[in-house]
Design a protein around this ligand. Sequence first.
Ligand code: HEC
Ligand code: HEC
Length: 422
Amino acid sequence: MRMHWQATVALTLALGGCGGQSDDPMPSDDAAGSSGSATDPGEPNNDDDDDDDDRPDDGEGPDRDDDGSDGGSTGDPVDPPEPEPWVWELPPNFPEPYVPEDNPMSAAKVELGRYLFYDTRLSVDGTFSCATCHQQELAFTDGAARAEGATGMIHPRSSMTLTNVVYASSLAWGNPELLDLETHAPGPMFGDAPIELGLVDEQDAIARIADEPVYDALFAAAYPGDDDPRTLDNMIKAIASFQRTLISGRAPFDRWFYDGDESAISASAKRGWELFNFPGECTYCHFGFNFSDATYFPSLFEWPLPFHNTGLYNEDGRGAYPAGNEGLYNFTGEPADMGKFKSPTLRNIAVTGPYMHDGSIETLEEVLDHYAVGGRIDTPHVDFQMTTFELTPAEVDDFMAFFDSLTDDSFLTDPALSDPWR
Ligand code: HEC
Ligand code: HEC
């Protein structure tokens, strides 16, 4: 796993696109026009997107049932009538996303998933849904430092944005085991450490929506040919399908960077983008079309699983993070993994505060203060790619203008992603 990540970094440096060394942060025209063109800003490896055959690390990568297909039919001998084929409406420069083979996309499944995602019946007291902690106008976060579950239990971590979650190479802040949305969903539904929705089990989940007639047609359309489609498995697949449509790539930044519309963002925001590259060197970890190195899509040559320590804590002089919030270390027990978390996407970042896994940084200005000193506290495990830099007040303003240019209003207000129960 660590090898993959280092390989990514090496390649990144070799191409000179992500370390901030480049004088010209704009992509060259031919880079945008050729190959999958998911290369920007600073995608390290996408020249190599002809096929999966030559993925060098296939054997070692995390074991997801990816055969490189685009999630078409499974070819089951008793195939029910095929639903309308799914057509991705992707922003320019976004690669085709990964979809597990056993859960192909369909419009009917997405619609069912939207109802379930927003359904407060699916919680212990009938007041919570996924959307309570993942609100559209906040790019599917909740505005709180740490999430509060249906029983009032405070989550150790902050609700994460679901912006472009279809591209996330792993799910949750520091978990290397949750590799797809189907595997993740039972956590918030049934988990008790902490309680999020507080459901008991499959029967409980099914019973809570049994009386809702709207679901008869929705389940029937989503799972045609299925005699008893109201199963937990089908619910989870539908919720996952809905989440795969939470795609944001039409921010003002994109209209400038990809479409070449010079008037889409201010001169200040353009300067901010340059500062982000250098001296910020933010693109070491927040690179590519999704501003996150924890990004996967099928034409990528490997499945990256990067996690980094950004120097937030040193509880014991030896780099310990607060107990229970130790990131990757909580899964591996490896001292070197202490405090390592996933780099979130920075798309819509202006509306997703407070920041970091525990919401311990209130504002984006304070995030910059944290990075300017190479991590707000000295800790032996801090990532070697963390640098130090100084910004003038005017440059801080430029940075903020750049962050604002990543806010995609069409995503935050898209009716197709909104609460269908209202
Ligand atoms: C009580 C608030 C709460 C509820 C309710 C909730 N979540 Fe979350 N969600 C969180 C928190 C907190 C995290 C970060 C979890 C962690 O790192 O341990 C998260 C993380 C996620 C992620 C990972 C995103 C990423 O980029 O890694 C997904 C996906 C997600 N939630 C989907 C859902 C779905 C689907 C539901 C409903 C079935 C749901 N959540 C219900 C608070 C909530
Ligand atoms: C070494 C990799 C790395 C570098 C370099 C880096 N980041 Fe991060 N970034 C991360 C990780 C990992 C997190 C989550 C850390 C945590 O929660 O403990 C993060 C979190 C953030 C967040 C909060 C995201 C959220 O949803 O809460 C912002 C904003 C951010 N980074 C901006 C920047 C900026 C601006 C720079 C450059 C000045 C930068 N990052 C450089 C890895 C990095």
